[in-house]
Write a protein that binds this ligand. Structure first.
Ligand code: ATP
Ligand code: MG
Length: 324
């Protein structure tokens, strides 16, 4: 259960890769510090190439940090005793494709030091839980991508770990599969385990995480509960309306500074928020012009910041860059 020491404590982690004859340097991760408390589901969010996998590999002792340090379950990175208490799903897990999932899990169980009865029980339970029961005796070379991803998750859980480190656990899964994995992760939390996982699927993070860390271009930009990272202020207001072609053309001209779109529900006029007073005044003016021109007002929707927008804000991109 919750202990005062964080399960994962990362201090100023840095990784530089040196490539090729010219010894070009890539700084993949720099100055990354955060901690994950016992019993948390912590999401490590970032776009492609942000440094998520590199950070996780350092934490698992698979590559050496160029600088900085970290402790996992109170031990230094790479400590073998601590590793037995951690389950890890790598980004591209490698499987012996001539083995069946059941044989493979038995092999993993042996590495974790489980006896035959324990292996049998644990493998059976996980194969059922991950929906692989029917295929568990077939060679894994006949498995689909989603099935292999599930085998990867099963092996990460084989040793009944206290901490689960999952690099893109939803990768390759369809929406139903993703929901099943989300439920599995919540069950782990309910059982008092700690989950540290990476994703760029923002809706998964939204539904799951107690806290998230957002990494962009190797640097950690934000850490905290998603609700606190999202700005509570109105981000933009959408006015949905309908009117004649002539009115539509007139409104586009008169309100050229806002965004005009057409949707299945009607014409949409979007006012981005600079300050709420200005937005409100602009919305009032627009609504009055619709009524004055004989159009109909259908909806006025104030929108708060979504996770996607936070992501874009942290990446230092403008919202326009994302829409295109
Ligand atoms: N072995 C390597 N040699 C050189 N550069 C590398 C190496 N591994 C990773 N990088 C670089 O480090 C950066 C971070 O990569 P990383 O795989 O950690 O990103 P990621 O956040 O996991 O992305 P994705 O969402 O695509 O999995 C990238 O610019 C990548 O090209
Ligand atoms: Mg990755």
């Amino acid at each position: 259960m919750a202990s005062p020491t964080p399960v994962l404590q990362v201090e100023n982690l840095r990784k530089e890769f040196v490539r090729g004859f010219l010894r070009r340097r890539t700084v993949a991760v720099q100055g990354v510090s955060f901690s994950v408390e016992a019993g948390e589901v912590f999401g490590f969010l970032g776009p492609n190439g942000a440094g998520k996998t590199t950070t996780m590999k350092m934490l698992m002792g698979l590559i050496h940090p160029s600088a900085g340090s970290a402790t996992i379950l109170g031990a230094r990175i790479g400590d073998l005793e601590a590793k037995r208490r951690i389950g890890y799903l790598p980004e591209n897990p490698y499987f012996y494709d001539y083995l069946s999932a059941e044989e493979y899990l038995h092999m993993v169980g042996r590495i974790y030091g489980l006896d035959r009865a324990q292996r049998h029980e644990r493998a059976g339970e996980l194969l059922e839980r991950l929906g692989l029961g029917m295929a568990s005796k077939r060679a894994m070379r006949s498995y689909s991508k989603g099935m292999l991803q599930r085998v990867g998750l099963a092996q990460a859980l084989m040793g009944d770990p206290e901490l689960v480190v999952l690099d893109e656990p939803m990768s390759g899964l369809d929406p139903i599969g993703r929901r099943e994995i989300r439920e599995l992760m919540l069950d782990l939390r309910a059982a008092g385990k700690t989950v540290f996982f990476s994703t760029h699927i923002l809706s998964d993070a939204n539904l799951l995480c107690d806290r998230v860390g957002i990494i962009v271009k190797g640097e950690l930009r934000d850490v905290g509960p998603l609700g606190e990272l999202l700005s509570p202020a109105v981000h933009h207001v959408e006015v949905v309306w309908s009117g004649s072609e002539e009115l539509r053309a007139r409104m586009r001209e008169e309100f050229a500074e806002g965004r005009h779109e057409s949707s299945s529900e009607g014409e949409v006029f979007v006012v981005d928020a600079e300050t709420s007073e200005v937005v409100q005044a602009e919305v009032d003016r627009f609504v009055a012009a619709v009524a004055g021109g004989g159009g109909s007002l259908l909806q006025v929707n104030p929108r708060r910041e979504t996770l996607e927008e936070l992501f874009v804000r942290d990446a230092g991109l403008r919202p326009e860059d994302q829409r295109s």
